[in-house]
Design a protein around this ligand. Structure first.
Ligand code: CUK
Ligand code: CUA
Length: 631
């Protein structure tokens, strides 16, 4: 969506109003194809500083105090997920998922490679949409799911340990984008969109240039086993998705119903659509065996193309983007992107759409005009919606019922306020806003550009995650938060929903396979320090108690495949040790009561020191030992 990357390419700090005017003067031209609304001076008249002072909600979290909310932020093409504290906006932790991480050893340790499975060799990823499992439309604190657009993967984070514990590569599709969870009665399924169209038989043989063989699939994953449940073939591609609060319907936006292969073709028709999926119809088709399989895997693929009983296609203005369910469970809101509108779909009309009593378009109860480039919408608990306007760099606050009344001819202004944000917001999210517990306190705008908002950091600049107080009648911008590439989406979860462990349970499944290997080797990891030779493979079991490893030296032969298994016996919260083998690119974290292992080839002769790389004790520097590598 980089429609205006070159505007205002200057390090000069300008008066906010002046630089905004320049910026919009240009973007109104570059954003051609969109109806340009003139920006009035009044729209820019706000003084952010004064507004922040009047804010009702305090963002101050004094030293020693804890935040009220956990935020789960996606990390975009950094491949990770971040945990934020709100309202302080302090970054509390990073959860490496689709990337590799030197501090924790994610992607390097045997445990993380097992979790990554068939994609363990991939070092990069692009995480977009973090969403927590729910029970009856409320966060249940169990899992956070996240997609990898770059490598068509979906991962799960266990919220008790705040680590990724499952990962799956979705077959038959390319680029898994929009992701949500089933909200009710509970998260049985994780749903996600296949974005890029590909031939169903994508084997590089004949026909890969024949677009008529290209398809996109809707992907339904069992949340507990993290295995594919089924897929649904659709017409057009798929972008973003969301679920209702009844456990009946899912909805996805499609921006390329043309199946165009270049920009011009993708935006050629005036309308694209929202696909509605009936879960009951899909499950019935699955039960009746009405599916096919492709590419040698056994994932059932249902046919949900136009005319099927599984889906309905609701025409909307071309190239919609975000899809958001209002927390009262009444509406799906499809965000216009190229159209200055959002399309409000009444969920209680969908039964009639499926039984063909009404036409798909008749489910749309309003299409309010909000501004330029609507991408995503969030909701409070007072019937208001907050839509990001990418091109206008604003949040439009509007009232859903008023928009419907206006659509029906009533003289009412549904727009409540437009707030400048800095700049180009993508996703936004309200506190608990995708659940029945939406509380109308905070709104986050994830701005794609920061430009002049922070000290300049060279040509590459951070993004800007802005915190907005929405508790009063007026939105108030209260905090600018620089963020490294690239939070797409976030959720804000009340801290009462989460009960993370303080130390690892010794029988945790995360390292169960490592413990099973130890058992086979006859080693008790909690009491023994032992070297097991198995041909050219050597397994080195050692304990750690600050500030020593249970083993201060071991010997291997040049070329041996060495696995070091460390079990941290420290019980004290936060006394994490590490293991680093110098000269081998080997590093990992071993938190209290955990077992962690890492495998490498001993390809350097002589003395190689290993040491603890997580600061643990006054004698942390002394926590080391020697590996003798015999040539
Ligand atoms: S997408 Cu990035 S701004 Cu992947 Cu949810 Cu809309
Ligand atoms: Cu153990 Cu540092």
């Amino acid at each position: 969506l980089g429609l205006d990357n070159n505007a205002n390419n200057s390090n000069d700090v300008k008066l906010e109003d002046e630089s905004r005017r320049k910026f919009f003067g240009k973007s109104a031209i570059i954003g051609a194809g969109v109806v340009a609304a003139p920006m009035t001076a009044a729209m820019f008249a706000s003084s952010a500083k004064a507004k922040a002072k009047e804010a009702a909600n305090s963002i101050t979290v004094h030293p020693g105090e804890l935040d009220e909310y956990y935020g789960f932020w996606s990390g975009g093409h950094s491949g990770e997920v971040r945990i934020m504290g709100l309202p302080s906006m302090r970054e509390l932790m990073r959860i490496p998922v689709f990337n590799i991480d030197a501090a924790t050893g994610w992607g390097l340790t045997d445990e993380s490679k097992r979790i990554k499975g068939d994609s363990a060799h991939l070092l990069a990823g692009d995480s977009h949409h973090p969403h927590m499992s729910m029970t009856d439309g409320r966060y249940n604190g169990k899992y956070v799911f996240i997609n990898d657009k770059a490598n068509s993967r979906v991962a799960r984070i266990r919220c008790d340990i705040m680590k990724c514990d499952k990962m799956i590569t979705v077959p038959n599709v390319q680029a898994v984008h929009g992701l949500r969870v089933q909200k009710a009665p509970y998260t049985k399924y994780v749903v996600c969109n296949g974005e890029f169209e590909i031939p169903m038989k994508n084997d590089g043989k004949d026909g890969m240039r024949d677009v008529s063989t290209y398809r996109s699939l809707y992907n339904v994953i069992n949340a507990e086993t993290m295995e594919m449940a089924f897929q649904v073939m659709v017409d057009g591609n798929l972008d973003n998705t969301d679920a209702d609060f009844d456990g009946k319907y899912f909805a996805s936006t499609c921006y390329n119903s043309e199946m165009g292969m270049n920009l011009g073709d993708m935006i050629s028709s005036e309308r694209d659509h929202v696909v509605i999926f009936s879960l009951a119809a899909c499950e019935a088709a699955l039960k009746a065996g009405k599916f096919k399989t492709y590419n040698g895997n056994d994932v059932p693929v249902l046919d949900g193309r136009k005319g099927s009983a599984l889906t309905r296609y609701i025409p909307v203005p071309k190239s919609p983007h975000g899809l958001n369910t209002s927390p009262d469970g009444k509406y799906f809101v499809a965000n216009g992107k190229l159209s200055p509108t959002v399309s409000i779909i009444a969920i209680d009309k969908l039964d009639d759409v499926f039984s063909d009593k009404i036409k798909p378009r008749d489910a749309i109860v309003a299409e309010p005009e909000l501004g330029l480039g609507p991408l995503h919408t969030a909701f409070d608990n007072r019937g208001n919606a907050y839509t990001t306007l990418f091109l206008d760099s604003q949040i439009a606050k509007w009232n859903v019922q008023d928009a419907i009344d206006a659509h029906n001819g009533k003289k009412v202004n549904y727009l409540r306020q437009k707030l400048d944000v800095h700049y180009q917001p993508g996703h936004n999210h309200t506190s608990q806003g995708e659940t029945r517990d939406t509380d109308g306190k905070w709104l986050i705008a994830l701005c794609k550009f920061s430009k002049d908002r922070f000290l300049p950091t060279g040509p590459l600049k951070p993004e800007n995650d802005q915190l907005i107080d929405i508790s009063g009648d007026e939105m108030k911008l209260v905090h600018d938060g620089p963020a490294f590439a690239e939070p797409h989406d976030c959720i804000i979860v009340h801290r009462s929903k989460l009960k993370p462990f303080k130390v690892w349970p010794r029988d945790d499944l995360f390292f169960a396979e490592t413990h099973a290997q130890a058992k086979k080797d006859g080693v008790d990891v909690y009491t023994q320090n032992k070297v097991i030779r198995d041909g050219k493979k050597v397994r080195v079991y050692m304990t750690s108690v600050a500030p020593t490893y249970g083993m201060s030296e071991f010997t291997v032969k040049l070329g041996d495949e060495v696995t070091v298994i460390v079990t941290n016996l420290d019980m004290v919260e936060d006394v994490t040790h590490g293991f680093c083998m110098t000269n081998h690119g080997v590093q990992m974290e071993v938190a209290p009561q955990a077992t962690a292992s890492i495998t490498f080839t001993a390809n350097k002769p002589g003395v190689q020191w290993y040491y603890c790389n997580w600061f643990c004790h006054a004698l942390h520097m002394e926590m080391r030992g020697r590996m003798f590598v015999e040539a």
